[in-house]
Design a protein around this ligand. Structure first.
Ligand code: ATP
Length: 354
């Protein structure tokens, strides 16, 4: 069992706040992603969970026990450093045995553990080879093996695939996820790659500027972004933001975009002033009947779909439509928006209106 609860966690380095009042829960067995741009505080959060950094304030609970001031050795959490951080002159077996030997485990028991883990990872046949001569993938497996032999309650991984090229990275990502599904150990994984987070994660925390912007499943985060930052960071091309001035009351079910009446999901809260109509490119449709007109600036063919760049009265937007539809640049088209997929935002705070 390893449930990790983060409550109001904060880390200051002098006057600078790297993590501000973070709260979220990692359930037992989850593959949990910490996602955000460089410098947003992901690594600092991970290091605080592992005990490599002490929080300025706030609490971390591991299976209900408060652990935030304990040294790393008393947390039973493995931090998988950049996966190439192995001892190159030692063979695979020695690299994997090292953490157990230093714990004082008997030789026989160490052999048994290493054999068991190397079987899970499919590296039994390279146990006697020096790490220095191994391929990137095998090194990665050995680094993982070294963390797994200790049988920690949870794994912390900081951009473990960051150094790999795109194709191999995707392969290793699948392998890591499959390994997790076999072992079921709670894993917290730092990445700045939204696609990796969406593909691998059971849950995602999106961070920006030291703050948790949103916490949820990949689908919740994609479909119901809590802020403009999240809406923009997740998805490619990212969500369209159409600026408009207006007023919506609680219970509103439509807004007027440049004279065009547009349905939106019913709102519980009201807002007025500078508002933003957020719609993903795949939810913009062409419709001859629509009086919301746009000029086609460019088309980008992607095989089954194409991306249109369109000039509207509310700014430039993108639409993802079937590649089979014939659309020529510099013509005019009518647009419709899939109303249930629209998110309205308050421009000032960047927060989604619900
Ligand atoms: P990256 O992907 O670039 O590592 P990150 O989201 O993991 O980014 P952190 O490494 O957590 O970000 O760093 C958050 C901020 O805190 C950065 O501005 C960083 O410079 C700062 N920071 C991190 N460690 C320290 C430290 N020991 N002393 C001072 N500032 C620090």
């Amino acid at each position: 069992m390893a449930q990790i609860v983060i409550r109001n966690l904060q880390k200051n380095f002098g006057d600078f706040t790297a993590v501000r009042e973070s709260s979220f829960t990692i359930e037992d067995g989850e593959f949990f992603m910490l996602l955000g741009p460089s410098g947003c505080g992901k690594t600092t959060t991970l290091r605080m969970i592992a005990g490599l950094e002490l929080p300025t304030s706030g609490e971390i609970f591991l299976d209900g026990e408060e652990i935030s001031q304990r040294p790393p050795s008393e947390r039973d959490i493995a931090f998988v450093f950049q996966m190439f951080a192995l001892y190159p002159h030692m063979n695979v077996r020695k690299n994997m045995s090292y953490p157990l030997v230093s714990q004082g485990m008997s030789r026989a028991k160490v052999r048994e553990k290493v054999a068991e883990v190397s079987k899970i990872l499919g590296i039994e046949d390279i146990l006697d080879k020096p790490v220095g001569g191994l391929s990137g993938g095998d090194r990665q497996r050995v680094a993982l093996g070294r963390a797994i032999v200790r049988e920690p309650k949870a794994f912390m991984m900081d951009e473990p695939l960051g150094a790999l090229d795109a194709e191999f990275r995707e392969h290793m990502a699948e392998e890591l996820r499959a390994l997790h599904d076999r072992m079921g150990a709670t894993t917290v994984y730092v990445t700045h790659d939204q696609l990796e987070a969406m593909q691998m994660g059971d849950k995602i925390v999106v961070m920006n500027n030291a703050v948790v912007e949103q916490f949820g499943t990949p689908q919740e985060i994609y479909d119901k972004p809590a802020t403009m930052f999240v809406a923009n960071f997740i998805g490619s091309p990212s969500m369209n933001f159409l600026d408009f001035k207006g007023q919506v009351g609680p219970g509103a079910t439509h807004v007027v975009l440049n004279g065009h009446d547009t349905q939106v999901p019913a709102l519980r809260e009201g807002a007025e002033g500078d508002l933003v109509f957020g719609v993903r490119p795949e939810h913009v449709r062409l419709s001859d009947a629509s009086d919301y007109r746009a000029r086609v600036l460019a088309t980008e063919y992607l095989g089954t779909t194409q991306i249109l760049t369109l000039e509207t009265a509310n700014g430039e937007i993108k639409a993802r439509i079937s590649a089979a539809t014939n659309v020529q640049p510099d013509t005019h088209v009518g647009l419709e928006f899939k109303s249930e997929a629209v998110t309205l935002f308050d421009r000032g705070s960047g927060r989604a209106l619900r």
